[in-house]
Design a binder for this molecule. Sequence first.
Ligand code: HEC
Length: 168
Amino acid sequence: MKTPIPLALAALFALAGACSSDAGGMDEETITMRLAGLETSGEFTRINATPFESQHAAETVNVWVSNEGVDLYRDLDPDDSSAAIEDFPEFTMIVKEMLDEEGALTAYTVMVKGAEGGVARTDDWWWGMYDAGGALQMSGELGFCIDCHEANGLERTDWVQGVPMDAR
Ligand code: HEC
């Protein structure tokens, strides 16, 4: 009797699939697909006019925000230390393109509000890092991301900083 086990497994996977779509959450596969459409889907707006310097391990960066959160993100002035904002809408996706000294893309760092795997400690933001080809390298509760955002006091502004006004 070899068939019952694969059949049972297939049924389990079908069930798992049904559950995740019923919950209405955004899964990592969807996030990866959204990233692939960064410049073409019409879902994202680039906030900065030209690449700007960053604390991230990159020479310069570009920041893109999905339609859900773009207005709120634009309201955020990193130089206003008293800025306090409401939480970003569900499924807001913020993508930072990391560039080297030649301006070539080296990686993407990504935050998604309220996706599956969102971290309770960071108000349900999901954290991810992709290589330049758009393949997911690591995700979920990424301590080194979260610790540094916290050290920069970004908890106050729903864990993000915004783009300097003179870089827009
Ligand atoms: C060394 C500190 C540090 C680390 C590590 C870090 N960040 Fe950031 N991050 C910042 C700061 C500061 C900003 C705001 C602007 C800037 O300096 O780039 C930022 C900005 C961002 C933005 C753009 C949204 C915004 O305005 O805040 C995203 C998305 C992001 N980080 C995701 C991540 C992810 C994902 C990781 C881990 C893979 C990560 N960060 C690791 C400090 C850090």
